[in-house]
Design a protein around this ligand. Structure first.
Ligand code: TRP
Length: 340
């Protein structure tokens, strides 16, 4: 039996990059499961959002958006425990015990914190910690607590999160070396491994750079048909006239099409490029394809968002299940570390 856990920070509807890079690979893992007693936990990391969100209404909205997104993408709450991080107070107990075992210097080197300092430096800010709250600094420890609270074996994440899983593993190793597991238990903390989908290339944005909310080049997962049309029209192309043969490798539109199309459809489009095709036509093809892919999910998403009682029920049940499992782990860790 293996335990697979992943979380998404509640910061608004994910975009195509999140979907193809992390969400869909994690969902595939659920559908390709090998052992029927494998355990899955998918949660909404709302405490992680608290490093930046400052409005409880917004927090609530973001939380529903992530929950609705997962359900719309086909996650089965009977099979997967879906819960809200802040419903599980044991996360905080483990968080503190871990915090006391990670060298501060390791956190100095964490990507998100370093990026914040680099940004201050680039802006000419004298205090490189300007605007950095301690929550942002401790972000990787909270993430380690999320993971180890459920004895997770595997954590499906995007490439940008690998450092965090490595940090979690190193805390587990350190604590397993320091403390004795209670009688009958094999470890104090289970050492987790990251699972990254290596064949998923970085999804590009409208301008060809990596798709990212901060670059304002992203396509939201549940953009309406019309929004989708507008966004696809913004994809950068060159100014070659339709009849000129074109190289698929150089075309952002082609890269987007590859996310959706079947092998045959991709091969056909390649031929069209080589024969000469107008950008307007490619945009139409892409729009149709993307719309076909997302519209069933979009429908479920909006119906869940319009009547949230279903989400409430699922999150409540998820919290109940997750709590039971978390309590067992906390009992074990506390006994090892605190002597009781
Ligand atoms: N840091 C992750 C993100 O921003 C979210 C997250 C929080 C997470 N805790 C986690 C992911 C535990 C996997 C496991 O996307």
């Amino acid at each position: 039996m293996k335990t697979i856990l992943t979380g998404i920070k509640a910061t608004g509807v994910p975009h195509w990059g999140n979907y193809f890079g992390a969400i869909r690979p994690a969902l595939d893992m659920v559908s390709n499961l090998k052992h029927k007693d494998d355990r899955f936990y998918f949660f909404i990391a709302d405490y992680h959002s608290l490093t930046s969100v400052r409005d409880p209404k917004v927090m609530e909205e973001y939380t529903y958006e992530v929950a609705a997104m997962w359900l719309a993408c086909g996650l089965d709450p009977e099979r997967v425990t879906i819960y809200r991080q802040s419903d599980i107070p044991e996360v905080m107990e483990l968080f503190w015990m871990l915090t006391c075992h990670i060298p501060k210097g390791d956190l100095n080197r964490a990507h998100a914190y370093k990026a914040a300092r680099d940004e201050n430096e680039a802006r000419g800010q004298e205090d490189l910690d300007h605007g950095v709250n301690a929550g942002l600094f401790l972000y990787p420890v909270l993430m380690a607590a999320d993971i180890m609270l459920f004895d997770s074996d595997f954590v499906p994440v995007g490439k940008d999160q690998v450092q965090h899983i490595e940090m979690a593993r190193s805390i587990a190793q350190r604590m397993n070396g320091l403390y004795k597991a209670p009688k009958g238990e094999k470890f104090v903390l289970k050492e987790p491994k990251e699972l990254i989908q290596s064949e998923v290339a970085t999804v590009i944005g409208l301008d060809g750079r990596k798709m990212s909310k901060s670059y304002q080049n992203s396509i939201p997962l549940f953009a309406t048909e019309n929004e989708l049309k507008k966004l696809i029209n913004r994809v950068t192309t060159d100014s070659l006239p339709p009849e000129v043969p074109k190289r698929p490798e150089d075309s952002f539109l082609f890269k987007f099409f590859e996310l959706f199309g079947s092998e045959e459809e991709i091969a056909n489009l390649r031929k069209r490029y080589e024969a000469g095709v107008g950008w307007g036509e490619v945009k139409q093809l892409l729009h149709a394809k993307a719309n076909e892919h997302f519209s069933p999910m979009r429908e479920i998403y909006f119906s869940l968002m319009n009547d949230r009682s279903k989400i409430d029920t699922i999150l409540k049940e998820g919290a109940r299940k997750a709590s039971l499992d978390a309590k067992n782990v906390i009992r074990r860790v506390k006994q090892s570390v605190m002597g009781r």
